[in-house]
Structures are given as C-alpha cells and as structure tokens.
Design a protein around this ligand. Sequence first.
Ligand SMILES: *Cc1c(COP(=O)(O)O)cnc(C)c1O
Length: 465
Amino acid sequence: MKYISTRGQAPVLNFEQVLLTGLASDGGLYVPETLPRFSHEEIAAMATLDYPQLAQKIITPFVHDCIPADDLRAMVVETYAEFRHNAVAPLVQVDSDQWILELFHGPTLAFKDFALQLLGRLLDYVLERKKQKVVILGATSGDTGSAAIEGCKHCKNVDIFILHPNNRVSDVQRRQMTTVHGDNIHNLAVEGNFDDCQAMVKASFGDQSFLPDGRQLVAVNSINWTRIMVQIVYYFYAAVALGAPARPVAFSVPTGNFGDIFAGYLARQMGLPIERLIIATNRNDVLHRVMTGNTYGRQPLEHSLSPSMDITVSSNFERLLFDLYGRDGAAIADLMQQFDHGDISLNETAMKQARSLFSSQCVSDEETCQQIASTWRGCEYLLDPHSAIGVKAALDSDVAAGIPMITMATAHPAKFPEAIKSAGLTQAVALPLHLSDLFERSERFQVLPNDLAAVQEFIAANINA
Ligand SMILES: *Cc1c(COP(=O)(O)O)cnc(C)c1O
C-alpha cells in the first residue's frame, strides 16, 4: 500500500514510513492511495471472527508489504488481550434501535487505547528492525497523553514526551499519565493552556534541529495515519454484530479532531453499509457550522464538560475534503492556504456530497447533563459526557426507525466524575479495579514555563532510550 499527501506535493510513502511520520512535508496529511473493498460475502463472513481476527483482516491490506502476517497477528492478539472485556468492544442496548459501542475497556479508559496500544507495538517492531531510535512528542488535553504513555511505555527505542497544560487537566487524567514510571517517560506540565502546548509541538515538528543527531520526532495524535486505520475495525465489528451487510446501520460519533468518525467514513468506502454518520460536537462546533452553514472557521476555544472534544480546528477534516474534492491535492493546498487567512466555504458539489453522508448536531453542557440523567432513568446506564453528546445527537437524528443506531461510547464515566455530579446523579462512579489505587500512586512530572526554548532544551537533555 502506498500513501499520498492530501496536498499532493510530498513524497509517496509506504506503511513503515507513514507510521514514523507526522504531517507530510507539504503540510498535508497522509492517506492511502487506494482503499481495499470488501464484498457482501466477505463482510457476512466477518460475523464469525473474534475482535483480534477481525482486526487482522481489516488492517492487513494497509500494512502487508511492511509487516508479515504472523507478526501482525501476534501484535494484534497481545494488544486486545490487555482490554478488560472479552468482547473488547461490547455493544449495549439503551433504547429501541439505540445501541452503545463501549470503546473504553482499554487500559486508560478511552477509545484512544484501541489505536495507541497497537501503535506502540508497531513502532517498537519497526524500530527494532531498522535499529533506529525516535522521540514521541505530543500535546494532550487529557486522553491522548495517557493512552500514548501506556501504549509506548515498554518501547525500547522510544522516548516519550507529553505536554499537558499545568493544572488544566482533571486529576484522574493527570494521574493516569504521571503515575506511569519509566526512564523513557517524560511528563511536562507547561504553564500555559492546551493551545500553547499544541503550538510548541507543531513548532518542534517543523524544525527538529534541537534534537541530538539522528533522532526524529514521531506523532501520536490522529495526524498519524495508523490511528485512523486501527479505528476502522470497530465499525465493522459493531455493524456486523447488528446484522450488516444484510441490514444497514448508522453511527453517532462524539467528535473533536474528526479522527474517530473519519475511520467510519473509510469503513463505508470499504463496503460497509452505513446509512448515516452523525457528527456530534460540544459547543466547540466548527464541524457543525460547516455542515449547516457551509462556513469552516476558527472560533475561540471554550471549556466544556467534554474536554476531550474542546478544539478549534478539526485536523482530520482535511482528509475528508481531499475525497470531496476528487482527490485533487492542488485544490486542497489552495483551500488550506485560504484557511490560514480566514474562514472558507466548500464548493457546492463537495458540500452536497458531505451532507449526503453526514449530519451533525451541537450539544450544550446543559443538554449533555440532561442526557446523562435521562439515559440513567431509562435503563440505569451511566454515560460519560462525551458519549452522552453522541447519544443525544443519535436520539434527535432523522435516521429511519428500524435502522440500528450505534453511538460510540468514547470514555468511561469514572474519568469525568464532575460531569456526572453536574447531571444530578449521586451514585459514586468507581474506577475499574486496575486503577482503584490511582490516587495513592506517586506522581512524577516536570513543570516548565510556557517557553519553546525551555521545553526543547528539556527534551534534548532528557533523552534516554
Ligand atoms: C479524543 C476523544 C474524542 C474525540 O475524538 P476525535 O477522533 O478527535 O474526534 C471524543 N471523546 C473522547 C473521550 C476522547 O478522548
């Protein structure tokens, strides 16, 4: 499989190279040159596979020229054996036609474990083979950092530096990062906000000369193609369990950076009968504004009860735009250049096509709390605030009755006890057993000023692997 940039000017890469790359050199994002397509019969046959077997089936066409089948199988089996549920991604019914796909049974209790636990293994495998060492650098508002640390803590050839805004992530989220100890794990609490952290990461990827000789940076956010690829699997898993390909399904996806839902779009392109994909946002609604008013533009970041979706720009939307514009890299380069200077609108064909696949809804904090309370009253099922946004958008959608609607439950409610309290629910939300002593574990992190030079100096001085 070859990978090309959405802006058309960067080198074509193979899977191994794309795994080790962040942004393409032309500023675009890497996507597969072609997509595998599964026939009706092939999808029907998926119903007999367990999660690791299905993962191998879906991922193989994307990686087979770089990773031998037996090695991929071993990595996939090991990854999902770490999940605390035998079904890996169980489905739960919460209303007629309404289903929840629980994506929070991984080690850090959010859906990001699905991709990052495998990404860590793939990285180690490839780096060992190449005798190369790399530096992972990422910014987190909460869930990415812990999943990346957990996924990469055993990697021999990786140092991992995660920037989080000092005092601005929840206690559970911070402790999930800072209580994992290892010489190659470095938590940096920056005296700034999430945007400051992200800007430093971006600048560091742009000019890597601060690193010691021969080291390069690897991205763990959803800019990295591997994350999207691995997420395609659970769309097939859920749809087939509910009757696909004979019966079409719909998905509602709580969205920030458009990474999770873009995987759903790819599943559809690969042959899965998905009737509709619902983009569910909190009040940081850049995607809802483009779907309803055809204006894609930045607005100031607002803090919500669903912090993992607090973003101003949805990076992966560019991957969709590339398809909507007939895979014309020059057109996307143009459009993105305009976006650097202000709001953009899509052309009519692109907008029409987007609306034929996706609908959207923006859900306020108040509605989020109401949904948590109402789902609890309906079936005593406790939603986390991100998943509640998905369920609210699913219930309000106009998808026909009889089509199973599957909402992605992206996090475990114990990660966000404040939101549960705001919803007026008083029951204690216990952390799963493996994290029950989280608040007794010792923390290790470094507080650094909001200053790029200081952060880069710290990184250069603390590389161990
Ligand atoms: C990261 C995250 C999201 C948003 O995922 P995207 O791929 O950025 O759309 C939603 N919910 C939770 C709990 C997350 O951690």
